[in-house]
Write a protein that binds this ligand. Structure first.
Ligand code: ASP
Ligand code: MG
Length: 418
């Protein structure tokens, strides 16, 4: 039986830009600052919030594609660039967009100042390329806000406890924004992007994917971990741990998007299933003749990002992203394990907080996959997720079948694509 959807109604509509005299943190992604015209539009948006009486902090990504270009340059010079130098290089993109935006704001007649992550007081651990924020010393931001300035903070970067420039991992500007919102006591962190919010499935795959008005942190965490790329996973963890309400919305429409918050804060009545997420590049390994402790220690040492783990009898099954294939094979051979692997897999995950209290979700999911002729290689679950590894060629069909089975589609007209 398909479980009917209960419309999730946001009961909290604390739109920071509409609340009187609040502090707003507004983050803009790479496509939102993709060219000079777009940067000017972002400047106008920040100025409008300032003119409405708010203290305004803007967090900017690098202009679209800039980080990839810097990475390409690095790899053109060195096959394995030194981590410290790589961070020196790729932190630059966010500095460019922030400084340009500050200039555009000043041009509009408002005071503005751009700050690097370091100047903004974002202190991290020492792990280059995926540093964790350990402290936010917001004195300088607060002083600039007290002076009436709009403050632009370069996203994605900080300064380590050893005074080195660090970056926070791909998509890390989201985490910069959430960390600042928490440290500065903002009510809401607004994440402006090139889509309308978080959808019930990737709208490029499922034309009738529905915009989700609200999600609980745990659902957003599972979706982000299962392939929904709209928010960096770590930013959602940070938001949950610090109780920062997130609003993911379009830069271009000004419409409400998706609110992400505590379960009781975001939804009146829970939808049973919120969405179907997918990834396309998974490899599954079946291993015998080695102890789990030894295996996973060696994989961790080799920086293999293990996702799913299942143990049945003497066999250990685990999945890892395709980019880690060479490292995983090396580890398995060095350990003398008997192993085989299936490459060319994807993973399709059904996520919903309502699963906890509604039986029959697995039954519906498996019936839908069977009817679509999709045979999962392996199935794993969490309290609010069912994840199936399937042939990559079947991913799209599986996503569509599950989306239909749980009646997640938008009512009325088909959306005009992503
Ligand atoms: N510019 C960085 C990236 O492309 C960080 C971000 O945009 O959040 O990953
Ligand atoms: Mg992003």
């Amino acid at each position: 039986m398909a479980s009917a959807q209960v419309e999730a109604v946001p009961i909290v509509a604390r739109d920071a830009a509409r609340t009187p005299a609040g502090l707003v943190v507004m983050k803009f992604g790479g496509t939102s600052v993709g060219d000079v015209e777009k940067l000017r539009a972002v400047a106008r948006r920040l100025v409008a919030a300032r003119a409405a009486g708010h203290r305004v902090v803007g967090v900017l990504s690098a202009m679209g594609g800039a980080t990839d270009e810097l990475l390409e340059l690095a790899h053109a010079v060195s096959p394995s660039p030194q981590a410290r130098e790589l961070d020196m290089l790729i932190s630059v993109g966010e500095r460019v967009s922030s400084a340009l935006c500050a200039m555009a704001i000043i041009e509009l007649g408002y005071p503005a100042v751009s700050l690097t992550g370091s100047q903004a007081g974002i202190v991290t651990d020492t792990v280059h390329g995926k540093a964790k924020i350990v402290d936010v010393r917001a004195r300088r931001i607060n002083a600039a806000l007290d002076d009436g300035a709009i403050v632009l903070v370069a996203g994605f970067q900080g300064v380590s406890t050893e005074h080195e420039v660090t970056t926070l991992g791909r998509g890390g500007s989201d985490t910069t924004a959430v960390a600042l919102a928490a440290a500065l006591g903002a009510d809401t962190c607004e994440i402006y992007t090139d889509v309308d919010g978080v959808f019930s499935a990737d709208p490029r795959l499922v034309r009738r994917a529905r915009l989700l008005p609200s999600l609980a942190y745990d659902e957003m965490l599972e979706l982000a971990a299962s392939g929904a790329a709209v928010l960096q996973l770590r930013s959602v963890e940070f938001a949950r741990n610090h109780g920062v309400l997130l609003h993911v919305r379009s830069t271009f429409t000004g419409e409400d998007g998706t609110w992400v918050g505590r379960e009781d804060e975001t939804v009146l009545e829970k939808a049973i299933i919120s969405g179907v997420a997918h990834t396309l590049e998974e490899t599954l390994y079946r291993v015998e003749g080695v102890r789990p402790a030894q295996l996973f220690a060696a994989l961790a040492d080799a920086q293999v990002n293990v996702d799913t783990i299942v143990r049945t009898g003497t066999e250990i099954v685990f999945s890892a992203p395709e980019q880690d294939t060479a490292a995983a094979r090396r580890v398995l051979d060095e350990l003398g394990a008997r192993w085989s692997s299936s490459a060319e897999l994807g993973k399709v995950s059904v996520v919903g907080a309502g699963m906890k209290s509604h039986p029959g979700v697995a039954a519906t999911a498996f019936a839908a996959l069977e009817a679509a002729g999709v045979e999962p290689e392996i199935v794993t679950t969490s309290p609010i997720k069912i994840a199936c590894h399937v042939d990559r060629a079947d991913v799209e069909r599986a996503v569509q079948a599950l989306h239909d089975a749980f009646e997640l589609a938008a009512a009325g007209a088909e959306r005009a694509g992503g």
